[in-house]
Every structure is written in structure tokens, then in C-alpha cells.
Ligand binder design. Sequence first.
Ligand SMILES: Cc1cc2nc3c(=O)[nH]c(=O)nc-3n(C[C@H](O)[C@H](O)[C@H](O)COP(=O)(O)OP(=O)(O)OC[C@H]3O[C@@H](n4cnc5c(N)ncnc54)[C@H](O)[C@@H]3O)c2cc1C
Length: 497
Amino acid sequence: MKRMPEALAEGVFDLLVIGGGITGAGVALDAVTRGLRVALIDKGDFAGGTSSLSSKLVHGGLRYLEHGDFRLVYEALHERGRLLRNAPHLVRPLRFVLPFYEKARVPAWKFRLGLVLYDILAGAGNLQRSRASTPSRLRQEFPHLSRKHLRAGAEYYDAQMDDARLCLEVLRTAALRGAVVANYVEATTVEKNGVQACDRVGGGALFVTAKQILNATGPWSDAVRRLAGDDGEPLLRPTKGVHLLAAHRGLSAAFLLLHPADGRVFFVIPWLNKTLLGTTDTLCDDSPDDLRVLPSDIEYLLSGYNKYFDPPLSESDVLGAFAGLRPLIRARPGDPSALSREFQLHASPSGLLTVAGGKYTTYRHMAEIIVDRVVQNLGLARRCRTRAFPLDGAPRQPWSSFFPAMKNDLTRRCRLDEETASHLVSRYGRRAVEVADYLDRDPALGHRVVAEEPDIFAEFAYQRDREMALRPDDFLLRRTRLGLFHPELLTKKLAWS
Ligand SMILES: Cc1cc2nc3c(=O)[nH]c(=O)nc-3n(C[C@H](O)[C@H](O)[C@H](O)COP(=O)(O)OP(=O)(O)OC[C@H]3O[C@@H](n4cnc5c(N)ncnc54)[C@H](O)[C@@H]3O)c2cc1C
């Protein structure tokens, strides 16, 4: 995947996608696999917006059942199954534990009913049936879980991903199929037959000509509609979600918990050998370019964790924090957590199509519906091909046999330790060999960037050459995730060029 902004100005594209988050990436892949000539631009790095700031869950969303969003949960659970097959290196099953406490906002019977429904809605794609757990079993496996008023529990399975890497992988797959994709190219004016854009690296202006333009800019969607002269009512009512990262707390499963302050669902999730706490959910009018983690956000998440676990976490245990804006559609008034995760497709008078809303898990399904509409607008008849479509790094054999074989190969051939080899296979899938090839040229690239993390310098070289990483944040926050829990690296001079 090479950055060639000059290719954007060549000829007429069938579809130009503005926005390289997961929504735009999914649409680009769907469209290019139907034979359309596709371009995609992002004003910053790919996945630099919400798509690297999520809870990293590929899930139906047990809590949406409470709002009666059965269709959304059904679709998301089916997409979960497809993603586990199409990207097994980046999406993995994850066990969730639900402890039931006396006088909780959601009574145990309601959770049990929800879990039965969740199993049914997942159908043949269910990972494992949910099951009841006893307080003694919970206490045995999770000695740090609060016992006070603990009455029972349950467990179920969902899936987990690396959100920024999955978005990149979708884009990379689209680029390999012929889509022209470029980061750091900003749409500045949207016209009927194309977009005036600015190359934020090279500094030049360019015009991308396209028959159909799609605005897939997540929380920026209303601002980009205005670039096309559409001054209609805003489509979005964004909410801010903050996550914290702390050192691994020894949890062998994720926890779905109810916050003591407001009864909202929040998660404690093992991720990349760290603990991810999230999330807050507050209505937010701040610009997506200027989001901040406030002391009150940190306090809220720590108090949620500390209600359920001992020893408690304090601010000094927080390794990093990040905030994202949920691009939710203005569907229902009131409680932000009740705003819909459904999506809408809006046509501006200029012909610009805007996708508003949605969630990460359902990106492929959304893309299918959007490209159906694009194909219809173009007067074509082409069917979607992404339902069973392995992403670029996906192995051609089952993950259970591919993973140990590839890991052994890397440890033997490149003399990598087991942890580093496992890490490379889990991140790059069958492309791990391409990263390891850099070690043949320069064995020093096998050194770790930070002694206690498995990321090695060869990854930076690979990301620079093959994954369009340009700036320190691209390497540290999205291609690797080191900067999330080692923020000191963001200001250090590292060897990536
Ligand atoms: C806190 C939080 C937790 C979440 N957790 C989950 C979860 O666990 N599971 C799940 O399924 N969903 C989750 N979601 C929802 C999911 O993350 C989002 O729905 C999804 O990432 C939105 O992707 P997007 O591509 O629409 O937007 P974004 O990822 O924000 O991408 C929009 C892109 O448009 C670009 N852009 C903006 N203006 C321009 C311009 N003028 N020119 C060019 N490019 C432009 C931006 O740079 C940006 O990269 C969560 C969301 C939040 C906020």
C-alpha cells in the first residue's frame, strides 16, 4: 500500500469516499470488489478518528437489548461471525463475566433473559452458549472481585479486535484490489462532480473527479455536508466516550458491570496485556478535532472499577487515556446511552451521500447497503462480494493450526522469542513473514522498542514501507498501539525512517 496522491487526480472515479475510518474503509472494499473505480481520502491518518478510539469489541451489544434494538443486535451478531472468519488474526473470541449484585439497576433475571435472547439471536454463529456462574466459582477465579452483596453471575462470549489495525487491514485489502487510498488529503470543497482537496503532506491542491461522492466522516459528517452547501438540520447527536488503560490486573475474562453512580453499563477488558476500562457516555458539542479527557471522566471510570475490585486503582495507575466521539444519529431524545447505533444514508441536494451513525461491528453490513445504493445511482447491477471475503493478512488455513505453525517458523527462522513471534502473528497474520523479512536485512531490527512490550523495530520499517505510516502518531497510536500506554514515546525521537 503506497501513498500516491497524484493518482487521485487521474481520470474519473465511480466513487470517491471521504473519510478513512472503518465506515469509509468498508465501503471502499465493498465497492472495489464489485468492480468500481474507487478513491478514498482522509484528512489525517487512517483510523485517526473514532475508529481507533473504540472499546475494541466486535459484539452484538447485550445492553442494546434493553432498548429493544433486536434487529441491530441480530445484525451485529451475524457480522461478528463473518469477521471472525474473514479476519481471524485481528478478531478473537472473548469471554465476558457478569456478576449479579443485590439491588443492582438491572436485576439478575433480566440479564439472564437477555443472555438467552442473545444466544438465540446469534443462531448458528453463537460462539458458546451463555451459562450461569455461582458466587463461589466467581470468587475462586476472580479473588479480587468484590464479594459484598454478590448473589450470582453468568458468562457469555463476544469478540475483541484491534480497531485501528482492522481498519487498516480493510483499507489495505481495498488498495490491493485497486482502490486509490491516501491519508493526509483533506476535502475542502465538495462539488457535484468531485472534490477539491488539499494534500497535507506535499502541500498541493488537487481535484478528485467522481461520479458519486460519499461522506463517511463519522463525527465530522455534518461539517462535511456543509462543504457541499447542505445546511440542513444536523444528522448527528455525538456523545463522548473515554477509556483508561492500566497495567494488566490478572483478569482472565472481560467484565460487564453497572456503574454505581448512574447504573450505566461499563466494561473492564483485558487487551494487549493491559486492562482497558470504559467507557463514559456524555452528550458532547466539542469539535472531534479537539477532544479532551477531563479529570471527571477519569474519576468516573476509576470509581466504577473500584466499586467492584480490590486492590483499587488510583490515578497514578493510569498508563493512558483516550476520548472518542460516537457519531450517533439524532434518533431518540433523552438519555445519551439510548441514542441509536443504527445508521442513516442522507442525500444532499448536490448529490453527496452522507452516512451517519452505525457502529464498528456492523461496518461490512453498512457498506453493503451503501454500495447497493451507489451501484443503483450509477445505473449498474453488481452484487456484494464481501460476506465471505478474507482480509489481506487472513490465513488460508484454520487459525488453530496456522497460529502455532507460523509462530514456530518465526522463532526458528528469525530467532525471535515466543512472545514476539506470537505478537507478530496475531497482528499481521500471514503477513508476519513480510515483517520478519526485515530481520534478514538488519538483525538489529529485532530489538524491542520498549523492553516490556513485544513490538519490535522491524514493524516501524514495515509500516513505513507497506502501511503508509508517515508521522510518529501513525506508528505509535495506530500501526502499533505503544503510544496508548507509553505516551512518553510520542515525544521521543525513534528510528522509523
Ligand atoms: C468510546 C467509543 C467506544 C466504541 N466502542 C465500540 C465497540 O466496542 N464496538 C463497536 O462496534 N463500535 C464501537 N464504537 C463505535 C465505532 O467506533 C464507530 O461507530 C466507528 O468507529 C465510526 O467509524 P467512522 O469511519 O464512521 O468514523 P471515524 O472513524 O471517526 O472516521 C472518520 C474519518 O473522516 C476523516 N475526515 C473528517 N473530515 C474530513 C475531510 N474534510 N476530508 C477527509 N477526511 C475527513 C477523519 O479524519 C476520520 O479519520 C465506539 C465508539 C466510541 C466513541
